[in-house]
Design a protein around this ligand. Structure first.
Ligand code: DCP
Ligand code: CA
Ligand code: CA
Length: 368
């Protein structure tokens, strides 16, 4: 068997995200300190800073800082304090993630402004091409959304994350496999994901400040101090070793439900009584997300645990529950005709999800 190809992974992180979205909404504030705050409402200034632009940071303002303290740091400076506008950040985030999908083999969003991108195949295993992909992704996000970001590129998620933080804002940091140790060793240990305040303090008490110093501690000692799981993690992390895969999650392009039947059966009525309920559940999820579907699929797990699936693509997207139910029954009927086994579990799936509704589409085409 051939050796699995070395991976190339990027971590994409938008710069001073909430405050940057506010700057786009109102460009006039761009050259002032901008602070986005969560006001608790108790007194006029109680609450904390969610994030701040880099001008505000140059005065010592940080995420999580009490608003009162931030105001003190910016005394006599013309600054802009704004309340969080989560809906606006979420829609900007959704649009950015959709752009990034086109630049990755696999995209794993890990926060509102951050995603891992596996680019091994797209870059053909070449770091130079991975850098070009990073430039292209940044360029498209800047041109379409006006937002800057920082990207770290490395052989795994851990290195990519540390690299992204190494050069902000608007940076690209590339760490080739042979450069990992030289890159990591001088950095403070708390740059490693998973080293929080508590672990950091404990390490400091052991005389460990840098990642290189952590790498010099034996794995046995780390296990004694931190337990097997964290101890092993710290040991591997200090050497830039991480096997975590980049996996798509969250907004997958399908919604599905599955249920076990009361008893194994080949009776269409009994099966569709169950799939009708599943259809209603799937439909409710579609309604919440304001989505229409273009394809319907059914799955049947048979008595012998073999799996049968059937699917149908509709002529146009719809959000109609009756269409979903009818198509499901049609597919189950087909499946029963083509198999002589008893059905144990049945499931329904909609895919090809789109945001617009058929009624709107029909109206648009009508007026065209
Ligand atoms: N955030 C928050 N409270 C915190 C940290 C972050 O509400 N204590 C929010 C606001 C940030 C967003 O999450 O804009 C993303 O967090 P990041 O840690 O990525 O920080 P920023 O994007 O603001 O800045 P950076 O340029 O350092 O990435
Ligand atoms: Ca960020
Ligand atoms: Ca982030």
């Amino acid at each position: 068997m051939s050796k699995p190809r070395d991976r190339i992974i990027m971590l994409f992180d938008l710069d001073y995200f909430y405050a940057q979205v506010e700057e786009i909404k109102n460009p006039a504030i761009r050259n002032k300190p901008v602070l986005v705050c969560v006001y608790s409402g108790r007194t006029q200034n109680s609450g904390v800073v969610s994030t701040a632009n880099y001008i505000a940071r140059s005065y010592g303002v940080r995420s999580g800082m009490p608003i009162v303290l931030a105001k003190r740091k910016l005394k006599d400076i013309d600054s802009v304090f704004l309340p969080v506008d989560h809906d606006n950040y979420k829609s900007a985030s959704d649009r950015v993630m959709a752009i990034l999908k086109g630049h990755a083999d696999t995209l794993e969003q890990v926060g509102i402004d951050e995603a891992y991108m596996e680019v091994t195949a797209k870059a053909g295993g070449e770091y130079a091409r991975a850098r070009e992909l990073a430039v292209a992704a940044k360029k498209e996000v800047l041109e379409r959304e006006g937002l800057t970001a920082s990207i770290g590129i490395g052989p795994n998620k851990l290195v990519a994350k540390v690299a992204a933080d190494a050069n902000k804002p608007d940076g690209i940091t590339l760490v080739r496999p042979e450069e990992v140790l030289a890159f990591l060793f001088p950095l403070p240990v708390d740059r490693l994901m998973g080293v929080g305040k508590k672990t950091g303090e404990k390490l400091e008490a052991m005389g460990v400040r840098t990642i290189g110093e952590l790498a010099a501690v034996s794995v046995q000692r780390l296990r004694e101090e931190f337990g097997d799981s964290l101890g092993t993690f710290l040991h591997n992390a200090s050497k830039g070793m991480d096997e975590e895969v980049v996996h798509e999650r969250g907004d997958a392009d399908s919604i599905s439900r599955i249920a076990t039947l009361k008893e194994d059966t080949r009776d269409l009525g009994a099966i569709s009584a169950v799939t009708d309920v599943l259809c209603a559940e799937v439909h409710e999820r579609l309604r919440q997300r304001r989505l229409s579907f273009r394809a319907v699929g059914v799955v049947a797990i048979m008595r012998d645990l073999s799996i049968q699936t059937r699917s149908k693509t509709l002529s146009e997207p719809t959000d109609d529950l009756a269409v979903l139910r009818r198509t499901t029954v049609e597919l189950i009927e087909k499946l029963l005709k083509e198999s002589n086994k008893y059905v144990r579990r049945a499931g329904v799936k909609v895919s090809g999800l789109v945001a617009e509704k058929r009624t709107q589409r029909s109206l648009t085409s009508f007026f065209q």
